[in-house]
Design a binder for this molecule. Sequence first.
Ligand code: SAM
Length: 289
Amino acid sequence: MAYLGNPTRTMAVLEKHGFHFQKKYGQNFLIDTHILEKIIDAAEITKDDFVLEIGPGIGTMTQYLCEAAREVMAVEIDQNLIPVLQDTLSEYDNVTVLNEDILKVDIRRIAEEKNHGKPIKVVANLPYYITTPIIMGLFESHVPLASITVMVQKEVADRMQVGPGTKDYGALSLAVQYFADPEVVCIVPPTCFVPQPKVASSVIRLTCHEKPPVDITDEAFLFKVIRASFNQRRKTLANGLNNAPTIPVSREEIAATIEELGFSPSVRGETLSLQEFAVLSEALKKKVK
Ligand code: SAM
């Protein structure tokens, strides 16, 4: 039975193993069983699923995952947590703990070996210092994914789900929405963790698209256009694109393309939808020198 998840039991495990938190690894451990249950419910895990957990900590959520899933792989960077995990996960035979940096793990290979290349589910209370590289790494390396259900900083979850014309809208919103359908599950206050983070958190579920919602011939170029358009937020779209070495299109051609697509010369990137970026990217691609 999953027994971790409340403050007393978490503290007892930490004391038993003489564990000291490492700030550099973004270690904020969950100590609220209601939130754990919400995460597991939102992830809709069944006994058919292979689940990848990023940063299991002392194994609190891992215990819940082992009970819900067919098989779990938990990737933890901190070697001091490995003996703790051997202890807290000793009663489960469907879990493998990998002592690695998730950013260096070949997750596609794991999905191939452990799930015959079928879409996997990712569940995590993410280390906040590398939230974006982890999520973008999963998407851009085309790991077969069913969903990603993760705890992130509230501000980051807000950025993932907003649309054009809002202050939080940017490259992350567009990238996430290209690959998935984002939905905030709940907001989590700092009191649900030990030690407490300085900011509020949100659980967000990203349900991955089988096929992107826009037609595009060059995905990498689309993301170059999006990044260039948001690099200098207060500048016009034309200036953002002109100043980007990744977009080898002349100033005149950029201006002409913006006009041909019916946008004002002073349009800003933050007002364009994903569909509009897709059309812009296809048009610019044809004019690459
Ligand atoms: N899942 C646990 C929980 O909910 O209590 C711990 C979550 S804590 C926010 C983040 C975890 O990710 C820590 O255990 C930390 O050591 C681990 N971590 C940090 N950077 C990592 C990386 N690059 N690769 C794998 N794990 C990492």
